[in-house]
Design a protein around this ligand. Structure first.
Ligand code: SAH
Ligand code: SF4
Length: 393
């Protein structure tokens, strides 16, 4: 059959509808779903508790298709990075980060990204296309299956946490994202609690509000700047959804969030967003004035910038990162500094590049225009501006 449906595309509800189309009872979907996502089955013949006639029907109409693997690299620290082929010359990356008490899988949501953040290697590649639900789920399906074979003890899950922090802006691929999240959360699927699934966004305000109502998982927001002037430059989406709107969306998300705080990610860029004054400005931003706005329950995760040549930017020195963190901590905000993992295989945050057919000409745009990164007047005290030269290859 040439138009076989990939069952990784479906959440359990979708699979039930598919079973109905085949003339089967909806509840068969639960059995099927468990085989696919709990047992990691790839063949219908394995599914011993399904009638032979159903298995044959499925084999004629459907597949369980992983993404074609291009390469796998394992870092000295145990981090594993896979590169998957998503067709048309595009590839996406998935990273597994083992820790003592958990195993985190970092998943991609798009081939490339249209947001175009200055400090992000994926952003510099431009945007090619959204991944489908099946392509998002396939990353988890594959990793869990392969790692369980290698490291597993019985039925124990290897991937205990998922972060949507690979390539792409998940909230610009909302329709595919939500069913994928449902597969991760489903007790008959991966059974991950909402606290253990994190969507990271550069700030797509209306979709933060929809996620709150449709599928509230843990939320991480990539802030990177304490004021609109600087954030407009670093995260171009800020021009559409400025900080006041973003923070309001975060506050309203908390009403239904599985955790009682939002995590703010902040990429530490030398001489750009890492001064003491900017840390104080950030503190004031999230604590609110007390009169006109009320502040927000949050934690900070400072990410040392992972440099790549085209960015023309540098990582803040460690003592600077520590001083910045101290100011936030002294202000009462829990602040962590992200350990960089998988550095030796380019698997760290922001290094995921895959290979993307740039349909948005981001590469051209970013290499032509030198970026003017402007420190907020309040932050520098002098309204100082600073040009960061792009590195012309
Ligand atoms: N698009 C989403 C999720 C993917 S990026 C987002 O922006 O939140 C995941 C995280 O990596 C984000 O916080 C992003 O700002 C950060 N990041 C991107 N490029 C980076 C780099 N070169 N060094 C360090 N962190 C980076
Ligand atoms: Fe896209 Fe996130 Fe990279 Fe920005 S940081 S370009 S939103 S992937």
């Amino acid at each position: 059959m040439n138009a076989a449906v990939n069952l990784l595309e479906f959440d359990r509800e979708g699979l039930a509808a598919f079973c109905e189309q085949l003339g089967e009872k909806r509840f068969r979907a639960t059995q099927l779903f468990r085989w696919i996502h709990r047992s990691g089955a790839a063949e219908f013949a394995q599914m011993s508790d399904l009638a032979k006639s159903l298995r044959e029907k499925l084999a004629g109409a459907a597949t369980i298709a992983a993404l074609p693997l291009i390469s796998e690299h394992t870092s000295g620290d145990g981090t594993v990075k896979w590169l998957f082929d998503v067709g048309d010359g595009n590839a996406v990356e998935t990273v597994f980060i083992p820790e003592d008490d958990r195993g985190t899988l970092c998943i991609s949501s798009q081939a490339g990204c249209a947001v175009g953040c200055r400090f992000c290697s994926t952003g510099h590649q431009g945007f090619s296309r959204n991944l489908t639900t099946g392509e998002i789920v396939a990353q988890l399906w594959y990793a869990e299956r392969v790692l369980r074979e290698r490291l597993g003890r019985g039925d124990e899950r290897i991937v205990t946490n998922v972060v949507m922090m690979g390539m792409g802006e998940p909230l610009q691929n909302y329709a595919a994202l939500v069913p994928a999240l449902r597969v991760m959360l489903d007790d008959h699927g991966y059974g991950l609690s909402r606290r253990r699934v994190t969507v990271s966004t550069s700030g797509v305000v209306p979709m933060i509000e929809r996620l709150r109502d449709d599928c509230p998982v843990a939320l991480a927001v990539s802030l990177h700047a304490p004021n609109d002037l600087l954030r407009d430059e670093l995260v171009p989406l800020n021009r559409k959804y400025p900080l006041a709107e973003l923070l309001a969306a975060c506050r309203s998300y908390l009403a239904k969030a599985p955790r009682d705080f939002v995590t703010f990610e902040y990429c530490m860029l030398d001489g750009v967003n890492d001064s003491d004054a900017q840390a104080h400005e950030l503190l004031a931003l999230v604590q609110g004035s007390g009169r006109t706005d009320s502040g927000i329950a949050c934690k900070f995760n400072l990410i040392p910038f992972n440099p790549f040549p085209e960015s023309g930017l540098k990582r803040s020195p460690n003592p600077r990162i520590a001083a910045f963190a101290r100011i936030l901590q002294d202000g009462g905000i829990v602040t962590t500094i992200r350990k960089t993992r998988g550095d030796d295989i380019d698997a760290a945050c922001g290094q995921l590049a895959g290979e993307v057919q740039d349909r948005t000409n981001a590469r051209q745009r970013m290499t032509r225009a030198p970026v003017r990164l402007q420190r907020g007047a309040a932050a520098s005290g002098q309204g100082e501006t600073r040009a960061v030269q792009e590195n012309h290859r």
